[in-house]
Design a protein around this ligand. Structure first.
Ligand SMILES: [Zn+2]
Length: 336
C-alpha cells in the first residue's frame, strides 16, 4: 500500500499502521495541534465500491474530512482526520448519485470511534472514574460521552442470558459534580462480581443507568427477573446509603458487603481523621512536617505487611511520642 501524503517511507507507515491497529486503515500523518491534541490523518485502503442501491461499480469522487475522537493516546486527547472516500454511481438511471465509504472504524454520524466507546465503557465498568473524566480524556462534552456509553452498555447488556448465574452483584456510582443545582449527572453501574469455578472474578457489566439515588437501583432490581434476584447471594455496594436501602428492600436474602476498594478507602480516611484530631488536641494546631504523627501520615495508609522493619519501627516510635492517648494507634490497628 502506498501512502501518498507520507514522505517518511513505507516502513514508518507500516509501523504506524500496526500501532494504530484498525484493519484496512492507514496512517498518513501524525501531529500535535495547538490544543496539544494528537491528530492522526488516516485513510482506508478501499479501492473500489459498488453502489449500495443498484450494485453498479462506482467511481471516485474525491474526499471529505471527517473528524473523530479516538481513545486517548500518550496522555493526549486523540483525534482522527479521516479522509473519507466519496464515490459516485455510474449508472445514469440510478438515483443514488454520490455516497461516502463505510468503515467499522465508526458508524455514520458519530463523534467517537468504536474503539473510543469501548474504552470508555470499560473504564466506567471497571475503574474508579466518572463520565466527566472520560469525556475530558476523549475531548468531548459529557452528553456526547454518556450517550455513546449508554448505547454501548445497552448493546453489551441486551442478552438476557447475561444474568444467568450471577450470585454476587456489584454496584458503583460515578458522580459528575453538577454545574447547576438540581442537575443530577451521576451514573449507576451494575457489575457481575461472581467468581467462576476456578475462583476467578471477571466483573462483567450488567447495566448502566443515569441517576444515583437508591431508588434508581431499587427500580432496576424490580425490573429484573425473579430468578436473577433470588440468585444474588452477595451484593457489594458503594458506601452510599441509598444503595444499601435498595439492597435491603430489593434483595432481602442477600448479604450486603462493602467491596474491598471502598473498605480500604474508608479505613484510611478514619485513620487520617483521628490523626488530625489528635494532632490538634496535643499540639493545638495542624500538623507540621517535624511533628511525629505528621511524619508517618503516609506510612499509616499502607498495609503493615508491605512495610519494612525500619518503617514499622518509625511508626511505633512516632506513635509513642505523638499519640499519648493511643487513639491513632487504635484506629490504625482497626484499619489494619
Ligand atoms: Zn447506483
Amino acid at each position: 500500500m502506498d501512502h501518498p501524503m507520507c514522505g517518511s517511507g513505507a516502513r514508518w507507515c507500516a509501523r504506524a499502521d500496526a500501532i494504530f491497529d484498525v484493519p484496512e486503515m492507514h496512517v498518513l500523518d501524525a501531529e500535535v495541534d495547538t490544543q496539544q491534541r494528537l491528530v492522526l490523518t488516516v485513510e482506508s485502503g478501499q479501492v473500489e465500491a459498488g453502489c449500495p442501491a443498484c450494485g453498479v461499480m462506482a467511481i471516485g469522487h474525491g474526499r471529505r474530512v471527517r473528524t473523530l475522537h479516538d481513545a486517548p493516546c500518550f496522555g493526549r486527547v486523540t483525534l482522527l482526520r479521516w479522509l473519507v472516500r466519496i464515490w459516485r454511481c455510474q449508472e445514469p438511471a440510478c438515483p443514488t448519485g454520490t455516497f461516502s465509504e463505510a468503515h467499522d472504524l465508526a458508524p455514520p454520524r458519530t463523534a467517537l470511534t468504536v474503539r473510543a466507546v469501548g474504552w470508555a465503557a470499560d473504564a466506567l465498568s471497571y475503574d474508579d472514574t466518572t463520565v466527566s473524566a472520560l469525556a475530558r480524556h476523549l475531548g468531548v462534552d459529557w452528553h456526547t460521552c454518556w450517550d455513546a456509553i449508554e448505547v454501548e452498555a445497552k448493546a453489551r447488556t441486551s442478552d438476557p442470558a447475561r444474568l444467568n448465574g450471577v450470585n454476587t452483584l456489584g454496584v458503583d456510582e460515578h458522580i459528575w459534580r453538577p454545574s447547576r443545582i438540581g442537575v443530577d449527572r451521576a451514573v449507576t453501574i451494575m457489575v457481575d462480581l461472581s467468581r467462576d469455578q476456578a475462583g476467578c472474578l471477571h466483573a462483567r457489566l450488567l447495566d448502566a443507568v443515569v441517576g444515583r439515588s437508591g431508588s434508581v437501583y431499587k427500580r432496576w432490581l424490580r425490573d429484573q427477573p425473579d430468578e436473577f434476584v433470588d440468585g444474588v447471594e452477595t451484593a457489594a455496594l458503594d458506601p452510599f446509603r441509598g444503595y444499601a436501602n435498595a439492597i435491603h428492600d430489593g434483595l432481602p436474602d442477600a448479604v450486603a458487603v462493602l467491596d474491598a476498594f471502598h473498605v480500604v478507602r474508608l479505613g484510611s480516611q478514619v485513620v487520617d481523621e483521628v490523626r488530625r484530631r489528635v494532632q490538634q488536641d496535643t499540639l493545638g494546631r495542624r500538623g507540621h512536617k517535624q511533628d511525629p504523627l505528621y511524619k508517618i501520615r503516609g506510612l499509616l495508609r499502607h498495609g503493615v505487611e508491605h512495610l519494612t522493619d525500619k518503617q514499622q519501627a518509625k511508626i511505633i516510635a512516632c506513635l509513642d511520642t505523638g499519640d499519648p492517648t493511643e487513639e491513632v494507634n487504635l484506629a490504625w490497628q482497626c484499619y489494619q
